[in-house]
Design a protein around this ligand. Sequence first.
Ligand SMILES: [Zn+2]
Length: 224
Amino acid sequence: MPRPALSACGNQSETVGGRIGIVSIGPYSVDEFVERVVDFHGYAAPGVIIGGYMVALAQRNLTQGVLYDAVSETRACLPDAIQLLTPCTVGNGWLKVLNLGRYALSLYDKRSGEGVRVHLDGKRLDAWPAIKVWFLCLNKKQDQDSALLQEQIREAGEGLCVVAPIRIAARFLGKQHKEKVDFCPMCGEAYPTCDGRICKGCQGQAPYEPLPSTLGAINNYLKM
Ligand SMILES: [Zn+2]
């Protein structure tokens, strides 16, 4: 399948009540993007909406016409903003999710590794107290004023974001080579043999409670 290059998605802005406000996120109006977030993510998560501004800002700062990959430095929210606004998904491998616990993302030329990283500027949060409370988890979720939070996100937009050039380390670039695959003698399913004699699922890393019948079989196998 031909891979689409990311296009420049210039955010449109207009003056609202004397303030310059961003009224688009990538190809969508802010309202349309929030609808897409609800459809895809399940609800209008503040983290995905801010993530939309972050992705659009990164896109506008990229060299156009080359193929880009993406990195999210958190598992929460940002992967969904990236998947909504770019061709990069977890499933196609063009989006890598690293659990660094930082609310930041990068888009980069998949060959050279050069690109941009976007994160939120903690110093600017004081101007947006509802966003600060949400971002630093200073309130219980039920005590958060979500209408005020949504309003402040729209007013702040990408004004909270810092964009900086980055280069991805060589070990994160390029295609992952396929490992040798065989069938697991326990469950009978295919797995990469570099994982060991049995698949990781049967080694106890599956999230399921073992049923008494399969537990006995695993124990017998491991004693062999
Ligand atoms: Zn198995």
